[in-house]
Design a binder for this molecule. Structure first.
Ligand code: DP6
Length: 367
């Protein structure tokens, strides 16, 4: 059994030349948080636990070719291509990430890497890609370690390590590792929960939540005026910080019960309150900022009215941006898709939306 300390410091071995060449690849999905991670401390540790549905159609595919460096040096050596093009800004972020991972993967300085990454969704769609991109990258690194050192790990240990490594790149990425639903963060009364990595939760799900839909309505494709990292940083001295931590923990327990019981109404209430709380925290921070747009509010109002008039269980969520996630069970798919087409697409940029749903987690590519 691999302990947390083993996960942290690892691979003290030196690479033998014969194994030090290969190619690995992973397709990893994005996720939508139901209880939001907002605010962090220390080394990528969350202020509160969060839980998310793993998506399916919004994913990143990353392929890494690696070989032994010609000359040994302490520098990270990568070539990074995003959708076939060199992207120096992304490459710099990855070099920084690899630098921070040297103590987990000392082999990172012994190899050179060519990294190719592609998103299934348009880069300019305003969809947050750090969860899918960082989780696919973390999985590739764990596969390289497994292949080079013939490391024996169970799937559970492998995914937990990948979640740990993904978290260091982007907090929400730690949750993309598991099918259907994942929880990240120390949670009172939940054995195995940790701030260091996420855990799978699909066993708690009532049938009503299986194949849940999340249609992502693209309200704006503009780059965000503030990055998630800066948003998290502002939480450190937010006047509502302590209250927010208590609230997120309390809501998480209510939501877990609703997910177990199949209580859609309670689920929807908590999920919508969380989305609005996330944006309220941004609006009440110092400096204050606003990421919703008029059409975000129009869509929210339409969803609330439609639900009231029809009793159809359809709910909204928001990320740190203006796009709206429309959440509903499979049993009402036809009605909700018709509603989206007839009433909501007019609020979307170029009438665009992504039809997504709960997915089965990352997939390793064969070479
Ligand atoms: C609003 O995971 O993007 O989507 O850890 O700085 O990379 P970093 O932040 P990130 O934050 C996601 C915030 C959120 C809520 C959530 O996914 O829980």
């Amino acid at each position: 059994m691999v302990t947390v300390m083993d996960l942290y410091k690892n691979s003290e071995l030196t690479i033998g030349e014969q194994q030090a060449q290969g190619v690995v690849g992973w397709k990893s999905p994005s996720n939508i948080a139901l209880i939001k991670y907002w605010g962090k401390h220390g080394r990528q540790l969350p202020l509160n636990p969060s839980i998310s549905f793993t998506l399916s159609q919004a994913y990143t595919q990353t392929i890494i070719e690696y070989k032994l460096k010609k000359k040994s040096s302490n520098k990270i050596d990568i070539d990074f291509y995003f959708e076939g093009l060199k992207k120096p800004a992304f490459a710099r972020r990855i070099v920084k990430y690899f630098e921070e991972l040297k103590e987990v993967f000392p082999f990172l300085t012994q190899l050179s890497f060519e990294i190719n990454s592609d998103n299934s969704f348009p880069h300019s769609s305003g969809i947050a890609s750090s969860a899918s991109s960082m989780s696919s990258l973390a999985l590739c690194l764990c596969s390289i370690e497994r292949d080079i050192f013939n490391k024996e790990m169970t799937t559970k240990e492998f995914l937990r390590k990948a979640s740990y490594v993904a978290r260091l790149g982007s907090g929400s990425a730690s949750r993309s590792l598991y099918p259907k639903i994942a929880l990240w963060g120390d949670t009172n009364g939940l054995e195995g929960s940790s701030d260091l990595f996420s855990m799978p939760m699909k066993n708690i799900l009532h049938d009503v939540f299986i194949k849940f839909h999340d249609d992502i309505l693209i309200v704006s494709k503009k780059a965000k005026s503030i990055s998630s990292s800066d948003g998290h940083a502002i939480m450190s001295d937010h006047r509502f910080k302590d209250g927010r931590i208590l609230q997120a923990n309390k809501r998480l327990h209510i939501l877990l019960k609703a997910l177990k019981k199949g209580d859609l109404e309670k689920f929807g209430r908590i999920v919508e309150e969380e989305a609005l709380t996330l944006h309220s925290l941004m609006m009440s921070s110092n400096p204050s900022y606003l990421l919703m747009e008029p059409n975000t509010l129009q869509i929210i109002i339409e969803i609330q009215e439609f639900r009231k008039n029809t009793n159809i269980p359809v709910y909204f969520s928001l990320d740190a941006g203006p796009n709206v996630h429309v959440l509903y069970p499979d049993s009402v798919e036809t009605e909700v898709k018709d509603f989206i087409k007839s009433k909501l697409l007019k609020y979307c940029k170029d009438r665009e939306y992504i039809k997504d749903y709960m997915g089965s987690g990352p997939k390793e590519l064969d070479f």
